[in-house]
Design a protein around this ligand. Structure first.
Ligand code: NAI
Length: 350
């Protein structure tokens, strides 16, 4: 039985983006501005139709509201989804057109990179609007690639969760990491430094082999990684790693990783509880990236990013303790905490 509360459901605001000249075709979805402007990256991907892009934007914008609230950020949740043109197109012109659309919202939405977009794209956006982050860093100001901050937050969360739920230090544990991309590889290096034993998998053989050799990690097939003999499973590839099938075969007792939307469906959280697997909620664990991006937008320095990322471990610890006390999935406990934060801001604004 799924015992999660209904998710916050404020009316989603959306802006259709269409500029045939540059090929811009997409949507900006704004889920909540209770805590501040809607902040969330810009995804550039192939979608079969506008409806699919819209649905993805809404789902991702909702997720950003929860993530930003739990990271103590003065931002609501939003996301842009742009459909990648099928034929040739002028990338700079397309992102400048997107920048004009962001500017027209006058600060209601703040954008940055997401799947399919780069620092170079955000530079084009920044020619049209200042409501963009994920640009090159200046001196000791926040900015640049957010992945190392995401990896640091995952590491801190994992260390706290391992102590609390497994009663062990990372040095005494085996960790299975699914996906050795920007975040996964950085996380693996931190875990190896901490003395953990690593098992890794990636669909890209170059990535997994290079990392495996450097860190002396065991390499397994992607189909095997979720069910290997490990204490912790860290999904760091794409979303949906936690399915009925992967959870049924999982030996790990703790799941803590960087990927967004790890639960393939909501009921998986309760299945994990039934199997005695502790789930550290993805959007709390992986907030390091948005913390860096939002600090850049606010003109804060690296020290303030470090301080906020440092709090991720404690927050995950608080969620896991409460979940254990109440006998509920940490996923629902985190959702409720986020909803309380957003509702309190809503009341203050009213
Ligand atoms: P990335 O694209 O650099 O790395 C993903 C890696 O996963 C790639 O090496 C890819 O080959 C691999 N992969 C894809 N499918 C796989 C599969 N089925 N099995 C094993 N490996 C597979 O992406 P990045 O930036 O490292 O992000 C990883 C995850 O963390 C994503 O879900 C992303 O949305 C999430 N995330 C990333 C943040 C960041 O700061 N980069 C912030 C918050 C979340």
């Amino acid at each position: 039985m799924v015992v999660r509360p209904a998710r916050l459901n404020p009316p989603m605001q959306s802006v259709r983006l269409l500029d045939p000249e540059s090929g811009l075709d997409g949507v900006i979805a704004i889920h909540s501005t209770a805590l501040g402007p809607g902040a969330g990256g810009c995804r550039f991907w192939q979608y079969p139709n506008q409806e699919a892009a819209f649905d993805d934007a809404c789902r991702l914008a909702e997720g950003m509201s929860y993530k930003n609230a739990m990271a103590d950020l003065p931002f609501g949740g939003a996301k842009a989804v742009l459909r990648r043109p099928e034929g040739p197109f002028d990338r700079a012109a397309l992102f400048r057109a997107f920048g004009r659309a962001v500017e027209a919202l006058d600060g209601l939405y703040v954008t940055a990179e997401d799947v399919g977009t780069t620092v170079a794209d955000m530079r084009e956006v920044s020619a049209m609007t200042r409501h963009v982050a994920g640009l090159d860093p200046i001196d000791d100001q926040a900015g640049g690639d957010p992945s190392p901050w995401t990896a640091l937050g995952v590491f801190e969360a994992m260390r706290t969760a391992a102590r609390q739920t497994l009663g062990a230090e990372l040095a005494d544990l085996t960790i299975a990491v699914q996906g050795t991309g920007n975040v996964g590889a950085n996380l693996c290096r931190r875990l190896a430094d901490a003395g953990a034993k690593l098992i890794i998998a990636d669909i890209d053989p170059r990535r997994r082999n290079a990392l495996g050799a450097v860190l002396n990690a065991q390499i397994v097939d992607v189909e095997e990684i979720a069910s290997v003999e490990a204490n912790i499973f860290a999904p760091c590839a794409l979303g949906g790693a936690l399915t009925a099938q992967s959870v049924a075969g999982m030996k790990a007792r703790l799941v803590c990783g960087a990927a967004n939307n790890q639960l393939a469906t909501a009921d998986i959280a309760d299945r994990m509880m039934d199997r005695g697997i502790v789930y550290a909620p993805d959007y709390v664990v992986n907030a390091g990236g948005i913390i860096s991006v939002s600090a850049e937008y606010l003109g804060e320095d690296i020290a303030s990013v470090a301080a906020r990322v440092d709090r991720i471990g404690a927050r995950v610890g608080e969620i896991l303790a409460l979940a254990q006390q109440e006998g509920r999935s940490p996923a629902w406990v985190a959702d409720e905490m986020a909803e309380r934060i957003i509702a309190a801001a809503d009341r203050q604004a009213a």
